[in-house]
Write a protein that binds this ligand. Sequence first.
Ligand code: BGC
Length: 574
Amino acid sequence: MADETQRPWWHDALIYQVYVRSFADANGDGIGDLDGIRSRLDHIASLGADAIWLNPCYPSPQRDHGYDVSNYFDIHDEYGTLDDFDALVSAADARGIKILMDLVPSHCSDEHRWFVAALAAAPGSPERARFYFRDGKGEHGEEPPNNWQAAFGGSAWTRINDDPNDGQWYLATFTPYQPDLDHTNPEVGQLFTEIFEFWFDRGVEGFRVDAVAGTGKHPDLPDQPPVGPDTGVLDITWQNPYSVFREEGHEAWRHFRASLDDYGQRHPDRELMMVAEAYAVRRPELIKKFTEPDQFDQMFSFDLMLTPWHKESIERAMQDPLEILESTGTPPAWTLNNHDIQRIVTRLGRSDADQPESWTNNNLALSGADADLALGERRSRAMAALIFALPGNLFLYQGEEFGLPEVLDIPADRREDPVFHRTDGAEIGRDGCRIPMPWTTDAATSYGFSTGRADGSVGEPWLPQPDGWGDRSLAALDDEAAPTLSLYRRLGDTRAKFAASQPMHATVFDGGPGVVAVRRGSLVVVVNPSAEAVELDLGRLGVSMDQVVLASEPLDAGSSTIPSDTTIWFVSSD
Ligand code: BGC
């Protein structure tokens, strides 16, 4: 039998996501930066991280906080320089931590030199052919070329001016500041080959590839068919069969694969990877398609992140990714949080979180139900203890180890997310999961977020931190041995000790009424998502209480019950 521990690092790594703008600010201007990340590497290492995924840190006008790239070959000036980046890569490497970057191929910024050149060039020019420029409809071209809607609200088309000779429109799936690139144009593919080379040469080990669902369009750009009457305004885009999950996109990914493999063949000591981001919840056929051998190494499994706190739903959320692992060998990429989603403590604390119908495929959908944060945090611990046991990569999002909740009451004039502004506030957007991190209890330094100025002064944090944020800081939690942070640390250790050597294979099985049960080699994990303690059926689970190696809540000595909202790990000695 093959040695289970001899697999590429990215088959079951722990990857810590850093939202650069909000992680740590080493020059005191209220905005996170690369030196700030370097100053906090010990914390990331203490969780057992194998790699860091950096949200986009390329030069950008920040209209969508870095997902509008104006130059793919440099560092955004608020975040530092290429030298600072190199220093971060080597400091991380010294701790055995790899760096993954975020690649944004579907669109660039309207300030990217290609788009500036396209606006200056004529219709039909090679400069415009890198994007989707089209004439409008109507007598004077005053109507958009088709009815497509933008993902963050409004039309997906923007007219460049009213000139009757050149009043063309361009396509932008998210906001007008993010024009879509046309990957059928070989120049576009070539640009991304060069981007790979540039960052791999600097020591980057891979990329999280953004928004792969919307790359590639039907060549005729036909009108989108009508959507159902209940379709939310931010869901319309994702139901467009002519612009979402298109075969044309897969052609682009094959080119990416070839570029990555070409680099890998020239550098056989490297183990490079690409993970695709798209919301393919309950659509395993899509994950299989994106992870065919000529495309991505893996694709996020967002099912568990979006599942309600409900037995059958949790079981269901694990089944597709595990089945894919079984049938194709593609390791799942599990995650419970990211920079686009309400934090799990708030989500799972909501009074409707245990209703099966609260399942959503909308990454921005928000339930307005009241949240009990203590309950949400307890459930989040149970969920973390589950995913740490599963085969595949774990992507943690900064602050989940502190049990940070979503910040819901940001004043409208401090909100930054284009989702809020482009829906006229109808959708509150994603700022609430991007609040600058609390590191200490010192309010004068934005709770340790901002440091570095000689006179000790700090700029206002780019998003406001709520009162009491310091109580959730690393320093405060360390002092009180807080249950969430200490569990994350124990999970890192226990995973390294007991899970990492288990096979890349796990099954969800019937462990008795009320509980979710998963077996992975000699590890059995049991979750009780119900509101009552449950007497464990040890015979059916095939375990005994003296095999417990970890529990997300204290257990009663001598008892064989699992408390409510709790996860237990059992490891048998054979
Ligand atoms: C990213 C978002 C971003 C969008 C457009 C998403 O998948 O995660 O943060 O706004 O793509 O690039």
